[in-house]
Design a protein around this ligand. Sequence first.
Ligand SMILES: OC[C@H]1O[C@H](O)[C@H](O)[C@@H]1O
Length: 333
Amino acid sequence: MADVKYDVLGIGNALFDVLVRTDEAFLAKHGMTKGSMSLIDEARAAAIYKDMGPATEVSGGSAANTIVGIGSLGARAAYVGKVKDDQIGKLYVHDIRAAGVAFNTPAAKDGPATGCSYILVTGDGERTMNTYLGAAQDLSPADIDPAEIASAGIVYLEGYLWDPKNAKDAFVKAATIAHEAKRKVALTLSDSFCVDRYRDEFLGLMRNGTVDIVFANESELHSLYMTSDFDTALKQLRNDVKLGVVTRSEKGCVVVTPTDAVAAPASPIAKLVDTTGAGDLFAAGFLYGLARNLAHKQCGELGALAAAEVIQHIGARPQVSLKELAQQRGLTV
Ligand SMILES: OC[C@H]1O[C@H](O)[C@H](O)[C@@H]1O
């Protein structure tokens, strides 16, 4: 097997986030389902943005947030995602490279603008996302560089990639190359509504071995197996994938293999501000631990630490060095 150049390479919808704190009335006025991610067109994006208060603008995108978190923990990380060569796209490229992440996907010269997610954060910290995919929807198999994919120890893919038409093919191409190079492939289920849209396809990817590792939160897991009983769903997950990681908010996480199950606690927080990126940063800590061959419990503890940092401020990218934070807390890194 060739040397690993990147510990983890992520592929996802490259999105710039526009976040604002608001109230439930705003969600009701715009017909939004609290806690969900809805795909929107340009006209709806403009209508929502016009009505939003002063916003925080920061680079986002689920897998990109994870990859930035992995870099912040001190690992070698790379990202593949599509922006346009416009002002927001340039900011996006700057931010991801400035975070130490290798990023070489060519920006689109024409077509839709760089994608944005308009995120409403209510008083309880819950986030409701409205995503205009823009240029992200043009990610295609041509953007998948076989040598780059084969040089990553773990390839991490987001379920949201199943929404844009061509990204599915990019996803499968990357997974095939990774396995040919004897690498691991991880998938996050992204969102319970996304699971609802693509349940059979996600189960197919798990059962036919396209993915080795699956990240899900409780509602995604329940949606996947169409049951409200956690233990029933977990049992099915154990049969369907080599490694399953389920996050349970303040109850921590459960990590399962066909033969083993281990739990790790959540990390304490002073105040919940914004849940945007909680799952993304959990995956960052966990994958970092996996890349360092740590025990699953330690991987879960690192995930919890990274998630706890990100939910205590607005935006889905870490605001401190996660490596230093982990060292302060006595977690091995
Ligand atoms: O998981 C949170 C992320 O999902 C969406 O893709 C937003 O860009 C946000 O940063």
